[in-house]
Ligand binder design. Structure first.
Ligand code: URA
Ligand code: SF4
Length: 213
């Protein structure tokens, strides 16, 4: 049985009335709706232009994101940046965020190792993401990895089967899921890595094609 340690169990009541991206970000900075605020250095809120056409949604900040307060700036972020550039997509024209906004980690030696957020943390944090989506109103949402894909498209969604396809959703006119860039970094050997990178790039190229249409 999951025990509920925090008094709040959702960020819902912290959403400002008639929020803007900046008032939302300020409110999220003080969020204690789940226990992850104790583990992370700071809330890592989404970043990008209001009314961006594309919103990318990852899982949760990693070590470098936790320290800088910015999403996708660590190793996965650098791979993501390079892939976007190769697909001719300008990151500065997009909005980049995560399902969960605090870094969850466990120690390994001196390092902090990523630990997957659980269902309660995902659901506690969801109002921030939901409100980001309603303010940015993206034409296209791209889920990066299974956590984002299943949060947005349901627990039955399988990235392995449905990656790169535009999925019918009420969240945005176009919703697509692909792998998480860190899964490419974790590939067991160079050949798999090269192949996975190529497939990731193909998914982003489909997105680029849609944007140019
Ligand atoms: N992984 C994510 O899912 N998000 C980040 O911001 C960084 C790494
Ligand atoms: Fe709030 Fe989300 Fe951080 Fe939990 S992870 S404390 S819900 S911002």
């Amino acid at each position: 049985m999951a025990t509920r340690k925090s008094t709040q169990h959702s960020a819902e009541e912290l959403i400002p009335p008639r929020p803007t991206l900046s008032s939302l970000r300020a409110a999220a900075a003080d969020c204690k709706a789940c226990d992850l605020w104790k583990l992370g250095t700071q809330t890592v809120f989404g970043e990008g232009r209001r009314r961006s056409i594309v919103m990318f949604i990852g899982e949760q900040p990693g070590n470098e994101e936790d320290l800088t307060g910015k999403p996708f700036v660590g190793p996965a972020g650098r791979l993501f940046d390079a892939a976007l550039a190769a697909a001719d997509i300008d990151r500065s024209q997009t909005y980049v965020t995560n399902v969960v906004k605090h870094f969850k980690w466990k120690p390994r030696g001196k390092r902090r190792i990523h630990k997957k957020p659980n269902a309660q943390e995902i659901s506690a944090c969801r109002p921030w993401l939901q409100t980001e989506i309603s303010l940015v109103k993206p034409q296209v949402i791209v889920a990066l990895g299974a956590t984002a894909a299943q949060t947005l498209l349901g627990s039955k969604f399988r990235v392995t089967k449905q990656r790169g396809q535009f999925i019918e959703s009420t969240l945005a006119p176009y919703v697509m899921a692909t792998v998480h860039p860190s899964s490419i970094l974790r590939a067991p050997d160079n050949e798999t890595r090269r192949l996975e990178h190529h497939r990731f790039l193909n998914d982003l190229k489909k997105l680029a094609q849609l944007l140019k249409a």
